[in-house]
Design a protein around this ligand. Structure first.
Ligand code: NAD
Ligand code: UDP
Ligand code: UDP
Length: 318
């Protein structure tokens, strides 16, 4: 049994990770400022004897005695990370710095939630860890992309300079229950729109691609990466099945049984044209690959949103 800190513990990925670590028998500290996360996500665990729920902002120093740190605190949806871009950079850079300072002091191992966004609008496809990326460092996504790149740099420098044990997960698009209804990312938008009969908002022509990993697969990958004794730099974690956004809109309609209309909206600035993880490193180092098929994951997620919308008294069309 270990004492484990999860920053961003009340968020989508964080809350699933907290639940998984508790089930493994660990003692868990969840730290969150509730910007995009919600206490609801941890409500079912609030009386758990091995869980401590703390409100804290990672831009400020934090003291605790822990053995492992998962640093997930950061808004992940473009809508939310662009809402206050300066705060997004501070969260990424100062959050990583503070958690590394903590890791150094207490000799904890730290895993940084990085992102496929470090590859920007990639010219190498699928993306391998060796690729340095194609990021617009002055664009509207840079608060997130460059923030995460700086966090990776800090991880490597604390590792080289101070011998801190670090792990870096480059997470690709992940979906599942507990995404917020107004999160703004594509899967939650499409499902909520389909269930409530609103128009399905496809940005651009919908020809851009993404690869979607179900939450339980991702959490399994994160925990394996944290606990492997071999460190070989960043590791991609994602599902290598690639779909166009238009295909995702059609699948959402198919699996919800909705007859909502597709509408085409302007494509956001610097929206990457394609994205797909090359995961042979994760396969080799962690013996990990996603196992949940898209159809299964989408049905679970649709079920979750149906229930959530019902609780909120929203009329459903299917
Ligand atoms: P999320 O928005 O649901 O969760 C992020 C959590 O961090 C929220 O609970 C939020 O309140 C908290 N937070 C934000 N700023 C904070 C701060 N300054 N101090 C303390 N807490 C703060 O997003 P998520 O999808 O769960 O993402 C979790 C992590 O994984 C993020 O670091 C994100 O960049 C990374 N990631 C996610 C995806 C994905 O597809 N979900 C892909 C790549 C990387
Ligand atoms: N820090 C923290 N918790 C700790 C130890 C350090 O939040 O338990 C913060 C500390 O306030 C500093 C950052 O981590 O802002 C980096 O710490 P480090 O000791 O590496 O650098 P220094 O304090 O010497 O700048
Ligand atoms: N997207 C869309 N409609 C939406 C939300 C997103 O067409 O309502 C597109 C977006 O332009 C991008 C892709 O879906 O090409 C994935 O967007 P998301 O915000 O989920 O994540 P990203 O991978 O861009 O960070």
């Amino acid at each position: 049994m270990k004492r484990i800190l999860v920053t961003g513990g009340a968020g989508f990925i964080g809350s699933h990770l907290v639940e998984y670590l508790l089930a493994q028998g660990h003692e868990v500290l969840s730290l969150d400022n509730y910007f995009t996360g919600s206490k609801d996500n941890l409500m079912h665990l609030r009386d758990h004897p091995r869980l401590e729920i703390i409100r804290h902002d990672v831009v400020n120093p934090f003291m605790a005695e822990v053995e492992q740190i998962y640093n997930l605190a950061c808004p992940a949806s473009p809508v939310h990370y662009q809402y206050n871009p300066v705060k997004t950079i501070k969260t990424n850079v100062m959050g990583a710095l503070n958690m590394l300072g903590l890791a150094k002091r207490v000799k904890a191992r730290i895993l940084q939630a990085s992102t496929s966004e470090v590859y920007g609008d990639p010219t190498v496809h699928p993306q391998v860890e060796e690729y340095w990326g194609n990021v617009n460092c002055i664009g509207i996504r840079s608060c997130y992309d460059e923030g995460k790149r700086a966090a990776e740099a800090l991880m490597m420098d604390y590792h080289r300079q101070n011998g801190v044990e670090v792990r870096i997960a480059r997470i690709f698009n992940t979906y599942g229950p507990r995404m917020a209804i107004h999160d703004g990312r594509v899967i939650s938008n499409f499902i909520v729109q389909a269930l409530t009969g609103e128009d399905i908002t496809v940005y651009g022509q919908g020809h851009q691609t993404r690869s979607f990993c179900y939450i339980s697969d991702l959490v399994e990958g994160l925990v394996r990466l944290m606990n492997t004794e071999v460190f070989e730099g960043p590791v991609n974690l994602g599902n290598p099945e690639e779909y166009t956004i238009l295909e995702m809109a059609q699948k959402t309609l198919q699996f919800t049984g909705s007859s909502a209309k597709l509408v085409f909206k302007p494509i956001p600035h610097d929206d990457p044209q394609k994205r797909c993880p090359e995961i042979s490193k994760a396969k080799r180092l962690l013996d990990w690959q996603p196992v949940v098929p898209l159809a299964t994951g989408l049905k679970e997620t649709i079920g979750y949103f149906k229930e959530k919308l019902r609780q909120l008294g929203q009329p459903l069309v299917v």
